[in-house]
Ligand binder design. Sequence first.
Ligand code: MF3
Ligand code: CO
Length: 248
Amino acid sequence: MILLKTDEEIAILREAGRIVARCHELLAREIRPGITTRELDQMAEAFIRKAGAIPTFKGYHGYPAAICTSVNDEVVHGIPGDRALVEGDIVSIDIGATYEGFVGDAARTYAVGRVTRLARRLIGVTERALMAGIERARPGMRLSDIGHAVQRHVESRGFSVVRDYVGHGIGRQMHEEPQIPNFGPPGRGPILGVGMVLAIEPMVNAGGCEVYTAEDGWTVRTKDGSLSAHCEHTVAIGRDGPVILTIP
Ligand code: MF3
Ligand code: CO
């Protein structure tokens, strides 16, 4: 069952989303060669708590940190640690915050200093694929229209979309129904309606779409070692179309 949110609930989700977005702004200013992913995690956790929110990911199925930091061929769920970022890396940062019982969730991929043209293209295509998906999050569309738009954008530019992880409904729980694949035919699944809130999150690989989970039990990597990017917004379906909640 897809839980519909009231205007009051969406106002709180917007606050949660704002905290996540401002945390991204903070980390964007701090990302540079030499900083460790643990330092980014500590800054994010301090920021989220100071804003009166809780880092949603910490303790979720035993996840040990406030954010996910996935570098280069790491796709999602990279655990912050001693790794220092170096010039030329790309790092996907995923942040969740629970505010007054509601969850905001957003991810972005950042370049560390100067990066290759391929890396820049991958990040740009992933960001625009997310926007193409969000554009379909409007009343009367069908759920699979979102993933179809994402896949078309990505594959027409020569990249691939990860199949093994999907977006999700979001509200009092980080993961609610429905699941939102980033691929598939259009015109399938539930009809989208006002009050649905969705976390849309394409993961895009420069090479093949296959991934595996590393020995730490969390970090997901591309099988072929190619670069991967991840962009996510929490989006409410409003009367006139999509409303992105994870903006400052
Ligand atoms: N945005 C991710 C998701 O929707 C973040 C989850 S990381 C976890 O699943 F550690 F909390 F699992
Ligand atoms: Co998510």
